[in-house]
Design a protein around this ligand. Structure first.
Ligand SMILES: [Zn+2]
Length: 141
């Protein structure tokens, strides 16, 4: 495990404890595996990876832990068209997603042009953007 990922996990676990969540060994393993995954895994894939570290973790535990982590705001549940839920930790800077429709791969991007344009459009209509999600469904050229 590299340094930043380790620190990131420690910070998330501290925040969870401060928020009243008990960090069991299994929950810690699930959180660690998700923090080290940059491909937005689904619960079953996360289960497969977590079992490599801790074979006692069941799929039901993964589902329950993901729900609890989501409720505490440390992970995001991503629901893309044509697929089940996928997950990422909530501490990375804002970004949007490209979904490869053929492979299901999820690619992160951030465009200052798009961020600016959205703010301009909202302002013209008398709004400030509080939050947005942008998903581009794509095929490789
Ligand atoms: Zn992402």
């Amino acid at each position: 495990m590299n340094g930043p990922a380790h620190q990131q996990i420690d910070e998330m676990e501290q925040a969870l404890r401060a928020d009243g969540m008990r960090i069991t060994r299994q929950r810690s393993a699930i959180l660690r595996v998700l923090a080290e995954s940059d491909d937005h895994p689904a619960a079953d894939e996360l289960h497969r990876r977590t079992r490599e570290m801790d074979p006692t973790v069941s799929l039901a535990t993964v589902y329950r832990t993901l729900s609890a982590l989501e409720a505490h705001g440390v992970i995001h549940r991503l629901t893309f068209e044509g697929g089940g839920a996928r997950f990422e930790t909530a501490d990375s800077p804002h970004h949007d997603h490209i979904i490869d429709m053929d492979t299901g791969a999820v690619i992160e991007f951030r465009s200052e042009k798009i961020e600016r344009l959205q703010a301009e459009i909202a302002a013209e209509l008398g709004y400030d953007v509080v939050h947005h999600k942008l998903e581009l469904y794509c095929r490789k050229r």
